[in-house]
Design a protein around this ligand. Structure first.
Ligand SMILES: [Zn+2]
Length: 320
């Protein structure tokens, strides 16, 4: 299938699009290979030029580029150039559009001249590479508005009859980027300040908690000391109680033993007395019983004491 070419060179060297060309305008030649082209203005397809059936010409990027430039320069007053950042239509004083306009040291794809023949805008048609910074800055210095648009976008818009081109105005972009940078910086600064304030607050809070902890530790320590002291006091009291109890038990034991010993002695004496009526013995016993009576008054075993005292009294009465 032959390649559909939108643009051709006329015999007089001028460029013409298939849309604008008429069959009676003579021969049309290919930009790429120089072969003769046939103009096709059918109902079904877009108007175009075509190579002969056996041609090996591929057309290519250069034709697309040329076609885009042609569309811009031939219909310049019909295009709207809208800045993507501001959304504004960029207007400039357009009197004439010239392809490959030379503004020392640059060649512009399409240069736009005002009535005084001053260049006011440069429309750069690109595929992948944008205009380099140096060219952009130099042209901007000369007050030439630089507009960059992709070739296929221009062709696509033209074929769809929507002659509005959205482009990124580098000047506006720079302003926008700068504004964004400042905003970002301010935001970072604000965040830093907020973080700082938060950190200070956090520090205060930590100090407060530390203080609380210290106080609570002190209190805990005091309570612990109190508990220890109480424990110690209880221990001491228990020991004293135990000692007292032990002493009491010991005292009881001792009294019991004394009692037993005295009882034994008493029994012996009773036996002796029964056998003998010896007066000295009875005297001795009498004195002993008096002594015993006195001692026994202290004895806690009162019933027993009473019994013994009674026994002794009975014995004395019997012998007096
Ligand atoms: Zn060709």
């Amino acid at each position: 299938m032959s390649l559909a070419i939108p643009l051709a060179v006329k015999e007089d060297g001028a460029t013409i699009s298939a849309k604008d060309a008429q069959k009676n305008q003579g021969l049309f030649k290919c930009f790429g290979c120089g072969e003769n082209l046939t103009l096709r203005k059918g109902e079904q397809r877009q108007h175009h030029f075509a190579h002969q059936k056996n041609s090996e010409c591929k057309g290519g990027e250069s034709i697309e580029h040329k076609y885009a430039k042609y569309l811009i320069s031939h219909y310049l007053n019909k295009w709207n150039f809208i800045d993507e950042i501001t959304g504004k239509n960029v207007l400039f004083d357009c009197h004439q559009a010239i392809e490959e306009l030379f503004i020392n040291p640059f060649r512009l794809d399409v240069g736009v001249l005002n009535e005084q023949n001053n260049c006011v805008a440069a429309i750069e048609v690109f595929h992948t590479h944008r205009v380099d910074d140096e060219k952009f800055e130099e042209l901007t210095k000369k007050q030439i508005k630089v507009i960059e648009v992709k070739a296929f976008v221009i062709i696509d818009c033209f074929e769809k009859d929507t002659l509005t081109l959205w482009f990124v105005d580098q000047e506006e972009k720079k302003k926008h980027d700068e504004k964004e940078r400042i905003e970002k910086e301010e935001q970072v600064k604000k965040q830093e300040e907020e973080t700082k304030a938060l950190n200070l607050q956090y520090q205060d809070y930590n100090e407060y908690i530390e203080r609380l902890n210290e106080e609570s530790m002190k209190e805990k320590w005091n309570t612990e000391k109190e508990i220890q002291a109480n424990k110690l006091a209880i221990c001491k009291m228990n020991r004293i109680k135990q000692q007292e109890e032990n002493a009491l038990i010991q005292k009881e034991k001792t009294s019991k033993m004394i009692m037993q010993a005295k009882e034994v002695q008493l029994k012996k004496l009773q036996k002796k007395e029964q056998k003998s009526t010896n007066h000295s013995a009875s005297q001795r016993l009498l004195s002993f019983s008096k002594e015993s009576k006195l001692q026994l008054v202290d004895n806690p075993n009162f019933e027993r004491q009473k019994q013994m005292i009674k026994q002794m009294n009975d014995w004395q009465n019997k012998n007096s």
